[in-house]
Write a protein that binds this ligand. Structure first.
Ligand code: GLA
Ligand code: ZN
Length: 675
């Protein structure tokens, strides 16, 4: 936390000169300079060039690229190139290719798709990275190592099966313990030996990404697969460290990406980097939550924005241009939420293949006289002027939202009560309740020190692993405010139910028990009727899931308004020790959630900026004595907002602001108290 990896804002992005003739390289250097670009991420997909055959390595072109960038004083982020396999490798060593969920053996093609447990892949990757590290490890301009690229997906091949058996044996020791954990008595799936274990894809006990016959098995396979890919990362990092003890090592993550347990990954990364690709319809709060999650991975340490597009993407169904000013506003949103760098995919738009319509700093026209370039150049100048003012600054938050990949997997594997339940969506509802009143949030994990937070929100805490309920009880006893919802406290780490009434180990702290869980079709609604406290409405709609619950000490805040469980509690609050524990037994409409969470935050002295117009955001970062407030208009209209910042200085213009601040379309101000 608060660690400063760079002395200035890195500004640049993915750069692929190996795809272009030399005269273009010179032109690149000339043009990038005009945009104050100071950083290039190179060598991300160059394995085929670096190693044209099994026994042949050729670093001459990479040497040239690095020489050129060094001469131009670039910060180099050096990829290891292992994200796409060379064709000869797939041909000669087919074990490098994956077997997919349907059981199909893949051939050469695409990228991000090596088998993590392939001995050939591991051997070749290790050797390549060893050579790269030996050659460039002490190069003064190589300031970051970027391993592979967007690790993702799963493999179900025989090598993975073999490795999975070892992983399972390591975890459970005996076959009996495995049978117990996965509840294999069900359907007579009893395993007799570790050899009976098969990867849970479609040919075995898998059903789909969101359904499993034996969720315990499928969840363990996800843990194993995430670990396997992480082992690949660690293997490459180890080779780098043989020659280079210092340079930070990272890889680019993808927000709330499902397949990898990023909290575990972050422990192995020197800093987190990630790729942010909101579509033109992505709500602002979703991007904000992703940034906060990425910052949360290393307990608040700021992150690198490895990729964003200067304008267009190519892989959304509708790839809207970023409206003038939007890219800049998005960039500052990134910085406001903990980003210390701004990088693009890509610096020059490729001339062929799937990404030829993907935005870039230099577009197909080949010169700098474009709207996109001008915007990139303007931002570059601004970031240059900001220097290191914001780098390493912290984002103070008194609210923590629990995010947990085991829960993500487990919740989405459940067969029942409803197919509509999505983990990230439920977390997002609670994040939005804070975001809608501009209250900063930390995304936290199970090992986080809860005591740092006045309020902890833990929506759909479906899987309660060992030690967690005790930790929550302690937190509430000591005065913390804890909020959880329907589908919480239900299973243990292996997806077996905590018997004795839901929400299992959370029953005491919540002072309730849940007897039944009703599921509502998408068009159905029930009502939440407020019984206690002052709310704007007497009744609100609710949907999707309705818990039928009984209090055991908790007070009833609201009850259902219709159906045979009309009058049963749906929202409760339990005073427990010096704190309070809330249960929300349904999915209320967002305005109720906003109100409810808003009141709770206020009761804890947490006040945001709730009267801002929609699309205007305030976020802050703190460095030493300075607290920087980012005031951002993410809309295409001018907005006038009343703020408490009268007399503050706008870091971007040097102007002093008045109480009422006028924000032009996509305008941004970074405000600092003038003293
Ligand atoms: C990902 C990849 C890049 C590129 C972009 C396009 O983030 O890392 O190589 O394909 O997507 O949006
Ligand atoms: Zn495999």
């Amino acid at each position: 936390m608060g660690k400063q990896f760079f002395d200035n804002m890195l500004y640049g992005g993915d750069y692929n000169p190996e795809q272009w003739p030399r005269d273009i390289w010179d032109e690149d250097m000339r043009i990038f300079k005009k945009a104050s670009i100071n950083t290039a991420t190179i060598n991300v997909f160059s394995w085929a060039k670096l190693q044209p055959s099994e026994n042949e390595y050729d670093f001459s072109e990479l040497d040239d690229i690095i020489d050129m960038l060094t001469k131009e004083e670039y910060t180099i982020i050096l990829g290891t190139s292992t994200a796409a396999l060379p064709a000869w490798m797939s041909r000669q060593y087919p074990d490098v290719n994956r077997v997919d969920f349907e059981g199909r053996k893949h051939r050469h093609g695409h990228r991000h798709n090596h088998c993590p447990n392939s001995p050939s892949f591991q051997g070749f990757a290790k050797k390549l990275v060893n050579k790269l590290a030996e050659r460039y490890g002490d190069h003064p301009n190589v300031k970051v190592w970027h391993i592979s690229n967007e690790y993702s997906g799963e493999c179900y091949c025989d090598n993975c099966a073999k490795a999975f058996r070892v992983w399972v044996k390591d975890k459970y020791q005996t076959v009996d313990a495995v049978n117990e954990a996965w509840n294999m008595n069900f359907w007579g799936h009893t395993l007799y030996s570790f050899d009976d274990i098969t990867p849970p894809n479609y040919l075995g006990d898998g059903i789909s990404d969101t359904a499993a016959a034996f969720a315990g098995l499928s969840i363990d396979y996800r843990r194993f697969n995430s670990d396997s890919l992480l082992n690949n990362f660690k293997l490459e990092k180890q080779e780098i460290r043989r020659f280079d003890k210092e340079t930070p090592v990272t890889t680019n993550l993808m927000g709330a990406y499902k397949s990898l347990d990023y909290f575990k990954w972050a422990k192995e990364m020197d800093f987190v980097s990630w790729d942010s690709y909101p579509s033109h319809q992505t709500p602002l709060s979703h991007t904000a939550m992703n940034h906060d999650l990425m910052r949360g991975l290393k307990d608040g340490q700021s992150f690198m924005l490895m990729e964003q597009t200067p304008s267009q993407q190519n892989w959304q169904p509708y790839n809207a241009l970023k409206r003038p000013g939007k890219m800049r506003a998005q960039s500052y949103q990134t910085i406001a939420h903990g980003g210390d760098t701004i990088q693009f995919f890509q610096l020059r738009r490729s001339k062929g293949a799937t990404e030829k319509f993907h935005g870039a700093v230099i577009e197909h026209v080949g010169h700098e006289n474009t709207r996109v370039f001008r915007e990139v150049a303007e931002l570059g100048k601004e970031l240059e002027q900001l220097g290191d003012a914001l780098i390493g600054a912290e984002t103070p938050a008194k609210v923590g939202i629990l995010f947990d990949w085991d829960n993500y997997w487990a919740l989405e594997y459940t067969s029942g009560p409803t197919v509509d339940l999505r983990y990230v969506e439920q977390i997002q509802n609670y994040y939005d309740a804070c975001y809608n009143q501009q209250v900063p949030v930390d995304m936290i994990h199970m090992d986080t020190d809860f005591e740092k937070y006045d309020v902890i929100l833990a929506p759909v805490l479906y899987m309660v692993k060992e030690g967690i309920s005790e930790k929550i009880e302690q937190y509430v006893k000591n005065g913390g405010a804890f909020v959880t919802t329907f589908m919480s406290g239900i299973v243990d780490q292996s997806d077996n139910v905590h018997l004795g009434g839901y929400p299992g180990p959370l029953r005491d702290v919540l002072g309730i028990w849940v007897e039944e869980i009703d599921a509502l079709a998408p068009e159905q609604r029930n009502q939440v009727v407020m019984k206690k406290g002052q709310f704007n409405q007497e009744k609100y709609d609710c949907r999707m899931v309705c818990d039928l619950l009984h209090t055991e000490g908790a007070e009833v805040i609201a009850e259902y308004g219709t159906d045979f469980y009309k009058g049963m509690p749906t929202i409760t609050k339990n005073n427990f020790g010096a704190g309070e524990a809330w249960y929300i037994g349904t999915v209320p409409e967002q305005k109720l959630l906003d109100e409810l969470i808003g009141k709770l935050l206020k009761s804890k002295g947490i006040q945001g900026f709730e009267y801002l117009p929609a699309g205007v955001e305030i976020a802050s970062r703190k460095k030493a004595e300075n607290e920087f407030y980012f005031l951002m208009n993410h809309t295409e209209e001018s907005q006038t907002v009343e703020t408490p910042f009268e007399g503050y200085k706008d870091l971007l213009t040097g102007d002093q602001v008045t109480r009422n601040i006028e924000l032009k379309p996509f305008d941004v101000k970074i405000l600092l108290e003038n003293n």
